[in-house]
Design a protein around this ligand. Structure first.
Ligand SMILES: [Zn+2]
Length: 275
């Protein structure tokens, strides 16, 4: 499943190619995604110019000058640019035909074998979108900090790992990133969120930004693959300290990495480095 860093990588890659392009036509081959694409979607999008490609959590938001499009990749979705003539393959559910000011054409293509993704209009008249409303701050946004985590966590008995993975607290901290960030901050994943100190939360917020940044950097190396739809997503596999390393030696202290199931998710930690 694409996580925030992969979505951000896709956002950056796609934005460089589609900005200031006008949507000339939309072909919906399969409207039955996680939420059905409305029948009038093509006419909604047609003629509008892509002014920005933003991201909120794992949702891509195309600013069409007031009206917007929301695209979510679900479990298996991909979004990439192909040349205008590229014939659709299986699971290529939506094509946006785009033209720049010189009339050069390209296609933005949405591909999703499992169809858990979404392609939806977000009209200007609708101030809030239900899919985005209620989301916590972006980790790279100004609202997010160690102090914020500390204040939000007071009185909470849920494990700190669940707390940082809760999208109402902060968006985009998936299982791998939570495990790795907790290791860097020296916090055991099962500790009650309300019992973690301010100093540890300051470290944790920094660690979250570090692991996400590393993953975005790594994703960036496969940008061209995304664009051409030839390669796999640039998942975060480099130098994991704890995630997936049960029974292996801690890279810092040599102790044996342990696994714990918290909230039905595997959590990995070093019993020496994380207290
Ligand atoms: Zn260790």
């Amino acid at each position: 499943m694409p996580e925030l860093p992969e979505v951000e990588t896709i956002r950056r890659g796609v934005a460089t190619m589609v900005l200031d392009h006008t949507i000339v036509a939309v072909t919906v081959r399969e409207p039955r995604l996680r939420w059905p694409i409305p029948p009038d979607f093509a006419s909604y999008a047609r003629g509008k110019r892509i002014q920005a490609v933003a991201r909120r959590g794992k949702y891509l938001i195309f600013d069409l000058g007031g009206d917007r499009l929301i695209i979510h990749l679900g479990m298996s979705g991909r979004l990439f640019v192909v040349s205008d003539a590229a014939a659709p393959r299986k699971h290529d559910h939506v094509d946006f035909e785009l033209a720049d000011d010189r009339g050069d054409m390209l296609r933005l293509r949405f591909h999703d074998p499992r169809r858990f993704g979404a392609v939806l209009p977000w009209p200007q008249a609708q101030a809030e979108h239900p899919l985005i409303q209620g989301m916590g701050p972006e980790p790279f946004g100004e609202e997010f900090s160690g102090e914020y985590l500390f204040l939000m966590s007071r009185g909470r008995s849920a494990p700190v790992k669940n707390f940082v993975m809760d999208g109402r607290v902060v968006v985009g901290v998936g299982n791998i990133y939570a495990s790795e960030a907790l290791f860097r901050a020296g916090i055991r994943p099962g500790t009650a969120a309300g019992r973690v100190t301010r100093a540890r939360y300051l470290k944790l917020a920094e660690a979250i930004l570090e692991v996400l940044s590393i993953a975005i950097e790594a994703g960036g190396t496969t940008l061209r693959d995304f664009a051409n739809a030839k390669g796999e997503a640039g998942y975060f596999q480099q130098d994991l300290m704890v995630y997936g390393r049960e029974g292996a030696d801690c890279r810092v202290c040599g102790a044996t990495i342990r696994r714990l199931v918290i909230g039905q998710r595997s959590s990995f930690f070093c019993p020496e480095c994380q207290r």
